[in-house]
Design a protein around this ligand. Structure first.
Ligand SMILES: Nc1ncnc2c1ncn2[C@@H]1O[C@H](COP(=O)(O)OP(=O)(O)OP(=O)(O)O)[C@@H](O)[C@H]1O
Length: 230
């Protein structure tokens, strides 16, 4: 579904992403882990054509993401709160997205109902703009927005960050459900336990390079923990 070839990004002469080749198959769930500054967000930004690679290409279903728009139809993503329209209330924002994706008001209601537990009574009917929500609740709005179109490909940057423990567990279950439905996912996280539980493959980035690319099994969490132990 995603193919990366000779992808590099440099800032001021420093290479922050350098991935000669990486493929993600349809239905795969890939967790991206790595220390602060490892290049995870920069990598996602290039996959989503938000920044231009210094060299190399990203193909989504065989099409270069820089030269087509088709991939936007089947890709849902949330990287940060910059993805939100924060001068709207969540209701206004979801209604806007619903129209964009050709959903009826009933479809949007049903979708939001399915997020009731994850929203934990803190998102809807709050009479607040998204910009006035806490970081964790903004994240919930962003994750729901990314999933709303039922995309084939879902890209989430640190979805567990800023969420309370109950919300993290609900999100984990939600992502596992989407995985069972065949959604392809790329998820970055600093939470090694959650990401190994959700994803069937883990890619470890260090200074922009892939240093491990492994299928998740019962030893993966331990391997990652020893890697990150200083
Ligand atoms: N616009 C920019 N100008 C200069 N350097 C940048 C820019 N964007 C990213 N970088 C640098 O690229 C490197 C990778 O950053 P990136 O945000 O991709 O890392 P990350 O793995 O997502 O980190 P974190 O876990 O802290 O979110 C960092 O050294 C960062 O400072």
């Amino acid at each position: 579904m995603i193919e990366v070839r000779d992808l590099q990004k440099s800032y001021n002469g420093v290479t922050v992403v350098n991935i000669p080749a990486l493929s993600v198959q349809k239905g795969e769930t890939v967790g991206l882990v790595g220390n602060n500054g490892a290049g995870k967000t920069t990598f996602f930004r290039m996959i989503l054509d938000l920044i231009r690679p210094s060299s190399g290409e990203v193909f989504s279903q065989g099409e270069n993401v820089r030269s087509t728009e088709d991939w936007k139809q089947y890709t849902g993503s949330h990287l940060d709160e910059g993805f939100l329209i924060d001068f709207l209330t969540p209701e206004e924002y979801f209604a806007f997205l619903g129209k964009l994706h050709g959903l009826t008001t009933g479809d949007v209601q049903a979708f939001l109902e399915s997020f009731r537990d994850f929203f934990n009574g803190e998102i809807l009917e709050q009479r607040k703009y998204i910009r006035d929500f806490s970081k964790g609740n903004q994240k919930k709005v962003g994750v729901a927005a990314a999933v709303m179109s039922d995309p084939d490909l879902l890209i989430l940057d640190e979805p567990f960050a800023n969420l309370d423990p109950s919300s993290q567990i609900r999100l984990k279950n939600l992502l596992k459900d989407l995985k069972c439905r065949g959604m392809t996912m790329l998820i970055s996280s600093h939470d090694l336990s959650h990401v190994t539980e959700v994803c069937d493959r883990i890619v470890l980035l260090e200074k922009g390079k892939v240093v491990e690319d492994m299928k998740t099994d019962e030893t993966t969490l331990q391997q990652l923990e020893s890697y990150f132990t200083v």
